[in-house]
Structures are given as structure tokens and as C-alpha cells.
Design a binder for this molecule. Structure first.
Ligand code: SF4
Ligand code: SF4
Length: 309
């Protein structure tokens, strides 16, 4: 469709403005094209070294991962968005700790709803088709977010939005809309290595991607069955995930809490104790976490983690 080709900068800025009005904190545009060779090789080395550990899905769909045009016929652009999830209220320090991203409603649901609104706006104004992705397709979201000028990838493997930190969910629209892409971010961590030094599992090594075999977050959330022995000594009072490599990052010093009410925790969640988790029934788990990322670890995984504390 002609209107989908080479849309003007006005169209691009209208889409960006719409994304911000929907509640996203950042929106950028990258050309839908094959992933650069250096990045393909970096990912292949990560898989070959088995650093994806129990995340077997990370090794699947290599063809799509390396060419996002396979996700949508006629794809021309990847629109990348970021949404702040930093909660204003936190669990008390003595409580069994959940990663901050899991405090509120499941980001898959929240971001997808908003991406569908953006896709609808694009369809109405340009006639172009879009496919929303929120961890739901083999798309290298941090790679594309950097290409789209939203931020840079830190040594902690998180996407860092300079001045705003890394407590952001990422989402994408793969779209047939063709617009001029944004400039990729070129900032780096420089001489800082704080996250590597602070990581309780030793999962971060300069110049390589995260080693999931040594990452508490991956082990507590992704692993089924028994945990590796080292986890018990490193887990502290974490019960779901780990935020240490983000909390120590200087880019997160002056972060602002989210304004998205969906990401606010309930009082019941904030007051959870060790005993509550140890004695949690399936019915209570469903009620508390039916619309939460926490359901990924399932009740038996949560109880297994709590038993370490
Ligand atoms: S989430 Fe925790 S364990 Fe994993 S890399 Fe970051 S600091 Fe290390
Ligand atoms: S703590 Fe330092 S090295 Fe780690 S991501 Fe932040 S800036 Fe980069």
C-alpha cells in the first residue's frame, strides 16, 4: 500500500506523540532489517556456551531472531517503546523480596493493550499493519531499542535510558509503516563495573552477555525442579528475581516512580511474609498472581525459593 511507504517525518512524530500520550515513556524507530553480523555472532556464542542455561526457548527460531521481517509480511520498521515500572511503594526490607518488575499487573498484558492502541492509531492514520511484541516473539528487544535510539545496553545487560535509568519494560510494534529511523544510542558504561562487582552469583563478565547459570533471577524464576547448590548461599532474602545489578547502577540514582497505576503493588502483596508464602494455597496464589508475572514461577517454584530463606 502506497501510504505505508516512506511516510513523512510528520507521520513518524505523530506516532511518537501518540505513543507518549498512551503512557509510554519513550518511543523510537528502527529499520526492520537483518540483525548485524557482530550481534548474530555474539548471540550464537552465548548459546554455544550454554549461558542461556534452562532458558531453552532462547535457542529457538534463530532465523526469525536474526531477521524480524519474518514476523510480518512487508515489515519496514520496528517501533520500540519503553514504560517505567519503578514502584513508588516497596516491600519492607525484612520481607521476602520480589523483583520490582513483578510488583504490579503482568507487563505482558499492560504493554500489549497499549501497543494495540498504537497499532490501531497507525492503521487508522496510514492504513499500515502492525504486530505487537512483548516478549512474545523471538525479537532481540534491547538490540532494537538501542538501534531505535531509546538507550544503550549496560554491562548489567539491561537497557539504560540515560537520565532515567533501567527500570523500564520494553515492547515493540513490527510494522509495515516505513519511516526514517532514529539514530542508535552510542553511550557505553565507560569505566564503571559496579554491577559486575555486586552480582551475588558472578553472572556478569565484561564483554560477554549474562551467564544465566550464575544468575539468581534466572534460577529463581526460570528453573524448574531443584536449584543449583550455590543459590542457597547467594539468595539472601530474595524469593522471586533479583534487582541488584540495576540497584547499584549509577544511572538508577535519580529515577522517578512510574505513573502507570497497573504497576502499583497491592497492600496484600506488600505485606506478604515468609509464612504467607510457605503456607500459600493454590487458591491464594491464583488470586494474588493471576495477572502477575509471578505466576511464571508457579506456586511450587515460589515455595521452593522461600524454603531457602
Ligand atoms: S539479576 Fe542478580 S544475579 Fe542476575 S546478573 Fe543481575 S545482580 Fe547478578
Ligand atoms: S553499574 Fe556501571 S557498568 Fe553496570 S550497567 Fe550501570 S553503568 Fe554500566
Amino acid at each position: 500500500m502506497d501510504s505505508c511507504r516512506s511516510a513523512s517525518c510528520d507521520v513518524r512524530e505523530a506516532v511518537r506523540a501518540k505513543a507518549l500520550s498512551i503512557g509510554f515513556d519513550a518511543c523510537g524507530f528502527a529499520c526492520a532489517e537483518p540483525v548485524e553480523q557482530w550481534a548474530v555472532e555474539q548471540y550464537d556464542r552465548w548459546i554455544a556456551a550454554r549461558h542461556n542455561d534452562c532458558m531453552e526457548y532462547a535457542a529457538r527460531y534463530r532465523d526469525v531472531r536474526n531477521d524480524p521481517r519474518l514476523l510480518l509480511d512487508g515489515a519496514k520498521t520496528i517501533i520500540c517503546v519503553a514504560a517505567n515500572y519503578l514502584p513508588a511503594k516497596r516491600q519492607p526490607a525484612y520481607a521476602p523480596q520480589f523483583a520490582l518488575y513483578a510488583y504490579g499487573r503482568d507487563y505482558h498484558e499492560v504493554l500489549k493493550e497499549r501497543l494495540l492502541l498504537l497499532a490501531s492509531f497507525i492503521a487508522k492514520t496510514t492504513g499500515c499493519q502492525s504486530r505487537p511484541c512483548v516478549d512474545t516473539a523471538p525479537l532481540r528487544e534491547r538490540y532494537w531499542a538501542r538501534k531505535a535510539g531509546i538507550g544503550f545496553i549496560g554491562r548489567n545487560n539491561a537497557l539504560i535510558l540515560p537520565g532515567r535509568g533501567s527500570f523500564f519494560f520494553l515492547g515493540e510494534l513490527v510494522t509495515t509503516l516505513e519511516v526514517k529511523p532514529d539514530e542508535p544510542y552510542s553511550l557505553t558504561c565507560g569505566d564503571c563495573h559496579r554491577c559486575e562487582a555486586a552480582c551475588p552469583g558472578g553472572a556478569l563478565h565484561d564483554g560477554t552477555a549474562l551467564d544465566a547459570r550464575q544468575c539468581l533471577s534466572c534460577q529463581l524464576i526460570e528453573r524448574r525442579g531443584d536449584l543449583p547448590q550455590w543459590v542457597a548461599a547467594a539468595v539472601g532474602n530474595r524469593v522471586y528475581g533479583c534487582d541488584t545489578c540495576q540497584l547499584v547502577c549509577p544511572h538508577n540514582r535519580n529515577t522517578m516512580p512510574t505513573t502507570i497505576s497497573d504497576f502499583a503493588p497491592s497492600e496484600e502483596f506488600l505485606s506478604l511474609t515468609h509464612e504467607d508464602i510457605a503456607c500459600m494455597t493454590p487458591a491464594k496464589f491464583r488470586r494474588l498472581f493471576a495477572h502477575s508475572a509471578v505466576r511464571r514461577t508457579r506456586l511450587d517454584g515460589l515455595r521452593r525459593n522461600a524454603a531457602l530463606l
